[in-house]
Write a protein that binds this ligand. Structure first.
Ligand code: PNW
Length: 497
């Protein structure tokens, strides 16, 4: 016992009632920030860019997007050099950003290429490389060209080929410099909220039906793009490809077997919805069984969850060179009686069939679904590690929501990253998780989708009412700089190597 106490005194320092891990992150750990084209670039119709579904949603349905638009956003389309300077000043060795599909291919199809759009990303990538910042590039971060949406978007199986053509175009243009590719960001959000609840563009309401179709086509599109790279580019470009999957950590609400099963089921329906197909070639068994059963009781002739052919299984099986996760928060899960069958009223939540909750005494943020749960970060990367045979894992997003007015944010945002990173150190050193990177969301404040500018996560504040969009560092910016340059969360002399 005494030894234990002495050890924790040596190896830990306290932040509030939390114990901060004082080990250093591994030498080659990738520290960066993450962003998405629509949220920062602006220039929505500049220099030949085509319209995408977010341009359309903010213009047609202002009420769904807090009456805000990303028409100008941070104006990073014009101010990208300043943003690269901020990254350099921060000392990061990685930067995750996305390419706006309709900026490089205005209709989305490869016969519509836009030289100004290609030049924009070429310049950005060159500036990053010159400063030894490794680009981690997302091909699709929610901004599908409207031309393709009007043809059915992700519910049309032709999206598989449109995406492969787009991916080939990206490899041809940028693949000599980009070695880490992400096909899709957060397909759960794209599909569940783009084509299920309708909360996000393209704002289609079809829960339990089109959300599954969207995911199905998206997974096959990912797999086909991966195989195409393997065949046509891998030998000369030698890059890596993966998908970014978001999920809460879902922990059991009690020790009961039923709650443990319910929480695992929720993980499988959320992370596993995408993680299983790209690792094992098919959806989790429990998803297939539950959705088929409920579909039959609802009177559908076949399951609302599409099934993969044998050929498709082969294509998608083993198509993640490393695993990614966007963490933010956690929920507890309780088993409930089987939800009623509602004819004409299917939904993903009913298919999962559990009760999720966040206890009242968990620390809130300004966002209803988002409580601060640092230990959940350790749990979810461990779950991914255990479930998918100990792959390399990157945290490709994590960040703290406030209303954007707080410059002295060390007690909130700074502390948030510190606590989550501490738990990730525990995952690396206590649990043996092969975690190789952390991309904080975000470098700057930005357009936060349906919340507009009401919620912010940046290390730099942006004045969105000033045409110059000036960036001002928050206190968390210098803390993150300290972390990435020392690989240590506490004062340097307290860190152990
Ligand atoms: C991420 N949830 O989305 C997105 O990838 C970013 O573009 C976004 O700006 C960031 O979160 C900040 O919130 C999420 O409901 C949307 O748990 C919803 C959830 C999580 C992440």
């Amino acid at each position: 016992m005494l030894v234990l106490i002495l050890f924790s005194l040596l190896a830990a320092s306290l932040a509030d009632d939390y114990v901060i891990n004082t080990k250093r992150f591994p030498k080659d750990f990738q520290f960066g920030t993450a962003s998405a084209a629509y949220q920062i670039e602006g220039g929505w119709d500049a220099d030949g860019k085509g319209e995408n579904i977010w341009d359309r949603s903010v213009h047609l349905y202002p009420e769904k997007n807090s009456y805000a638009t990303g028409d100008i956003a941070c104006d990073s389309y014009h101010k990208w050099q300043e943003d690269v300077d901020l990254l350099v000043g921060m000392g990061v060795n990685s930067y995750r950003f996305s390419i706006a599909w309709s900026r490089v291919l205005p209709t989305g199809l490869v016969n519509s290429s836009n030289p100004a759009g290609i030049a924009y990303y070429k310049n950005l990538i060159a500036a990053l490389k010159k400063n030894n910042i490794e680009p981690l590039v997302t091909m699709h971060h929610w901004d599908l060209p409207t031309y393709l949406e009007d043809l059915g978007g992700f519910t049309n199986s032709q999206i598989q080929d449109w995406f492969v053509d787009y991916a080939r175009f990206l490899f041809e243009n940028f693949g000599d410099d980009v070695k880490n590719w992400i096909t899709f960001n957060e397909p759960k959000q794209t599909c569940e909220h783009g084509y299920g609840t309708g909360a996000l563009a393209p704002n289609i309401y079809s829960p339990g039906v089109k959300d599954y179709q969207c995911a199905h086509n998206l997974i096959i599109a990912h797999g086909k793009a991966y195989r195409m790279y393997e065949k046509e580019f891998k030998a000369k470009q030698n890059g890596r490809i993966t998908m970014v999957i978001d999920s809460n950590w879902f922990g059991p609400g009690s020790d009961s077997e039923a709650d443990i099963e319910a929480a695992e089921r929720d993980m499988l329906f959320t992370y596993g919805w995408f993680g299983h197909p790209i690792n094992f070639g098919d959806y989790p068994e429990i998803m297939k069984i539950r959705i088929a059963n409920r579909s039959a009781l609802e009177g559908f002739a076949s399951s609302r969850l599409p099934s993969f052919s044998d050929e498709e299984k082969q294509i998608i099986n083993g198509t993640a060179d490393f695993m990614c996760v966007n963490i933010y928060t956690s929920s507890l899960v309780k088993a409930i009686p089987e939800p009623d069958i509602i004819p004409n009223g299917p939904g993903r939540d009913l298919d999962v069939g559990v009760q999720e909750y966040q206890p009242d005494d968990w620390e809130p943020t300004v966002t209803s679904w988002f409580k601060v749960v640092p230990w959940g970060a350790r749990k979810i990367v461990k779950w991914i590690s255990d479930t998918y045979n100990h792959p390399e894992i990157m945290v490709t997003e994590n960040g703290y929501h406030d209303n954007g007015t707080v410059i002295h944010d060390m007690d909130t945002r700074g502390r948030y990253h510190k606590l989550y990173l501490s738990n990730l150190l525990d995952a690396i050193y206590e649990d043996g998780v092969n975690l190789t990177g952390y991309m904080a969301w975000a470098l700057t404040d930005d357009f936060e989708w349906q919340y507009g500018y009401n919620i912010q996560l940046g290390f730099y504040q942006v004045n969105f009412t000033d045409p110059d969009r000036p960036r001002t560092p928050k206190d968390s910016a210098s803390y993150y700089r300290k972390v990435v340059t020392t690989r240590c969360l506490v004062d340097d002399d307290q860190c152990v190597d």
